[in-house]
Design a protein around this ligand. Structure first.
Ligand code: NOJ
Length: 886
């Protein structure tokens, strides 16, 4: 997005030879966006279909789309309206129009990232943050497979997940828990494994929200105020926030959802640089791009900027039956303002993603309604008068998915502290349990709409990222199932208790909730309120009171993200702390398996826990509050979020990113490094784009888009037809008429060869060349407990390069199976060309700054602050027993 002076002349000269790298025309910041943050125009939308891996689907899509009328094409690119659903036609949170005549159905788009939302007989899986905390690629994939099967079983074509934006830049951010953790590589790996798992079941995954939706407050455009602008510089965008999207595209994701907010002053749903430039050209995205719900604010501009699908179809003031697209898009094509070529590409991208996931073969129709739990209901709930009919078939899609859900919940549990080996507990010790978080919500696990309350055990946050629990395995029931010596005080206020015996163990349950800002819970409007990261319901006081009374205290935390633990973490009687994150339906047995030592805990933190919220920079620690005009959320900390910032500033967190103890200990030995693909400064030239589908360029006759004679219109349902008396349909402006649409500056219709950094799914194919592998042996060095180790590889860039780089950055990880005491496993981690590159804003390419034999250090260890083995890329040697670099 920006052209900046490079410090290194030589590098610039080499790169200059590689072709034009900067935009020729200067781009100015918008409105009150700070200087230096640009949203450059990028036109036209690259046609989809130029990659071999999608060409077969595009060939089929071309055939089908060629047979569609204009109104059919515009029908499949937009939703039919919010809450318009019935089970037979529009049951889902988003429902496109169909082109049934040629065999293309309405598509059902359904939340959420953790389970099929708003219906019954599904699994409520652990949330993304819990999944990230497992650090287990295979398990993340298995969760994706199970999710995909459930979406397919319910007839949902499109899974509205995974969430990788927010990435967790702001610990207070309301939706961080939907994603996998505050690191681009952890997010990226988890997203890619989820996408593979889901799409292999024939369901289209949606990676969301592109990009910068790092806080909930002021995220949306409305007629009175624009959504905030996330101001992100080009390098930070590439190296941090875009990274998971690029990996998701590399994994073949079929759709992308844009974010509510703006980036550098331009709304994401009509951001030509982000959608046309980055997503569809540089990252080679071949699927379709949809708007987030009610964030679509323009008709022609968003089409030209590369949006392919308008969800849920309404204008951003919903329910009146008005749309920026559908009939308006039909009209815009007829009058020549939106090139027919662009509409053909939108439709082809949608149909190609449908073929790419095999949905043309036996995909079941939806068998549920998001709008009612009853068997029968209104077929068009938003209409004034609606027929009634069966809308729910109660299809049970759970199979044995509770197993993978429980495994994720269990293997995510992160042991932060275990003084005197208090854990695992012996079942003979009397247990005193405190805190309402130990027991399921007494009103029922699904009592609060969209889980917008914090009552009972916290299994997930609130908002659209939820699913209904089929049942809730709560901690107290599971604990009682293990031992009879349990006394439960179901209160968050410390009660009067008998004098403890020396044997008593107190287990205190506390939590912290957050969600989407469509709901307010206990004064929190989505984001966690105020600059406090304290446990809810005065949880700190509860822990302190228990710690004053009992000498053996275990704290169990269900949380959306980091908390400040300082009020009690060093109290001598607080011996053990378990972060159980957001376990979904399997909160009980997953916890007791760890508490009582059936398994050792093996989760690791997907974020850092600081000692004070002020340990992080203001731009990250605080939410952006009200401002006249557009709220500006400027990423002035650049690359330095979470552990990257703390390491740079030399601030010791209480518990570092990646930290997690076990009941046993592990030793890392025999580390070795091998060079795999020799690297050049920049990737080799990209592959040229392959052919893309072509269509007739003749604007069809307006009559093709009129309501069919006698058509029975449903009030507020959004159609793509025009009335025959529509003035603009009969005699258009633009191509067909006299007036020209005011195209944005930089607008062009000439397809280009694309940037050097592109060439394949996710970018230049060579970015995934493996540069180095490191192999090491991990021993269970304990004598008593089996356990699973997580090996983490962090990269330190060579000294003296002309780029500022974080001290260390996660690049790969691997989790062992359970190792018996004395047992060893060998793991291999790999670093790709992209992993060892930096994004050079002037070159507009990934540059390997260590080329020419400079020393990269690959640090290996169990946490970002426990890295005691180093492998060097210049000598291809490794050393152990070193001091951790942070
Ligand atoms: C808004 C949310 O931001 C998005 O994640 C969700 O998929 C849609 N609503 C649909 O509910």
């Amino acid at each position: 997005m920006a052209c900046r002076a490079s410090a290194l002349l030589l590098l610039s000269l080499v790169l200059a030879a590689l072709g034009p790298v900067c935009h020729a025309t200067p781009v100015n910041s918008r409105d009150n966006v700070p200087a230096g943050y640009y949203a450059a125009p990028y036109y036209p939308t690259p046609h989809g279909g130029w990659l071999a891996s999608w060409s077969e689907s595009y060939a089929k899509a071309q055939q089908l789309v060629s047979r569609m009328t204009l109104a059919e094409k515009t029908n499949i690119t937009g939703g039919c309206g919010i809450y318009m659903g019935s089970a037979t036609e529009l049951p889902c949170v988003g429902n496109t129009g169909s082109a049934n005549r040629v065999g293309f159905p309405q598509l059902c788009l359904q939340d959420s990232a953790l389970g099929v939302a708003a219906t019954d007989n599904v699994t409520a899986f652990p949330a993304g943050i819990t999944t990230g905390a497992t650090w287990d690629k295979n398990l993340i994939y298995a969760r994706g497979v199970a999710l995909g099967r459930e979406f397919r079983g319910k007839g949902a074509n499109v899974y509205l997940g995974p969430t990788v934006g927010p990435l967790g830049r702001k610990p207070l951010g309301g939706r961080n828990w939907e994603g996998f953790g505050s690191d681009p590589v952890l997010q990226a790996v988890a997203a890619a494994m989820t996408i593979k798992g889901v799409q292999e079941q024939g369901v289209i995954a949606t990676i969301k929200h592109l990009v910068g939706n790092e806080q909930e407050m002021y995220r949306m455009y409305n007629p009175l105020k624009p959504g905030y602008s996330a101001n992100i510089d080009d390098r930070t965008l590439h190296e941090i926030y875009l990274w998971p999207f690029a990996e998701g595209i590399h994994a073949g994701v079929g759709s992308v959802m844009t974010a509510y907010n703006a980036v550098n002053g331009s709304a994401c749903s009509q951001h030509s640089y982000l959608i046309n430039g980055i997503l569809k050209d540089e990252l080679g995205f071949q699927g379709f791009v949809m708007s987030d719900w009610l964030s679509h604010i323009s008709g022609v501009d968003s089409a030209l900027a590369g949006l392919d699908m308008d969800m849920p179809g309404d204008t951003n003031v919903p329910l009146f039956g008005y749309s920026e697209w559908k009939y308006e898009l039909t009209r815009s094509v007829l009058n020549g303002s939106v090139p027919l070529d662009r509409l053909n590409d939108m439709a082809t991208r949608i149909v190609a993603a449908w073929y790419q996931t095999g949905q043309d073969k036996d995909f079941p129709p939806p068998n549920f309604s998001s709008n009612t739990k009853d068997r029968d209901g209104l077929l068009y709930p938003a209409a004034l008068f609606s027929p009634n009919g069966q809308v729910n078939w109660f299809v049970n899609v759970q199979a044995d998915h509770y197993k993978v859900a429980r495994q994720v919940a269990q293997d995510a549990i992160t042991l932060l502290k275990n003084n005197g080996s208090l854990l695992p507990l012996s079942t003979s010790r009397p247990l005193k349990i405190f805190g309402t978080d130990a027991q399921v919500n007494s009103d029922g696990p699904n009592a609060c709409l969209n889980r917008a309350c914090d009552k009972g055990t916290l299994g997930m946050g609130w908002g659209s990222g939820i699913a209904d629990y089929p049942y809730f395995d709560d901690p107290i029931t599971a604990i009682r199932g293990r031992t009879s010596g349990v006394t439960f005080y179901n209160s968050d206020v410390f009660p009067a208790v008998p004098t403890p015996t020396a044997d008593d163990v107190a287990i205190v349950f506390i939590n912290s909730d957050a969600g989407e800002n469509s709901f307010t819970v206990e004064g929190n409007h989505g984001d966690r309120d105020s600059a406090k990261l304290a446990a809810w319901h005065r949880g700190d006081a509860l822990v302190k009171s228990a710690a004053a009374k009992y000498s053996d205290v275990v704290v169990v935390v269900h949380t959306v993200g980091p908390l400040i633990l300082e009020p009690w973490i060093d109290l001598p009687s607080v011996k053990a702390v378990l972060f159980a994150h957001l376990p979904g339906q399997e909160a009980g047995e997953s916890l007791t398996n760890v508490l009582f030592g059936d398994v050792s805990p093996s989760g690791h933190l997907p974020y850092s826990i600081t000692k004070a919220s002020t340990d992080l920079p203001n731009s990250v620690a605080n939410l952006k509050g009200y401002a006249v005009g557009q709220v500006q959320d400027t990423y002035s900390e650049g690359l330095y979020i979470d552990y990257r910032y703390l390491n740079k500033m030399g601030i010791k967190p209480r518990f570092a990113f990646g930290h997690g103890l076990s009941y046993t200990t592990f030793s890392f030995s025999n580390a070795s490094i091998a060079s795999v693909t020799p690297l050049t400064l920049v990737p080799p030239p990209r592959s040229p784009k392959g052919p893309t589908p072509s269509f007739s360029s003749a604007i069809p006759p307006a009559a093709e888009a009129y309501y069919p004679a006698g058509f029975n219109r449903i009030w507020r349902y959004i159609y793509s037809y025009l009335p025959p008396d529509d003035a603009n349909a009969a005699s258009g402006v633009g191509a067909a008429g006299t007036k020209q649409y005011a195209y944005p500056s930089g607008y062009s219709t000439t397809q280009t060869a694309g940037p050097a950094a592109g060439g394949d799914l996710g970018g230049n194919a060579a970015l995934w060349d493996v540069a180095w592998t490191v192999t090491l042996t991990i021993d269970n060095a304990g004598t008593q407990f089996p356990g699973r180790a997580v090996a983490q590889a962090y990269l330190q860039y060579p000294a003296g390069i002309p780029y500022d780089t974080p001290v260390v950055q996660l690049r790969d990880f691997a989790k062992t199976d359970a190792l018996a005491p004395g047992e060893a496993a060998t793991v291999t981690l790999q670093l790709t060309r992209k992993d060892v590159s930096v994004w050079d804003v002037e070159a507009q390419n990934w540059v390997v700054p260590g080329v020419g034999g400079k020393r990269y250090t690959i640090w290996l260890g169990e946490a970002s602050d426990a890295l005691f083995t180093a492998c060097y890329t210049d000598t291809l040697t490794c050393e152990s027993g070193l001091k951790s670099p942070v």
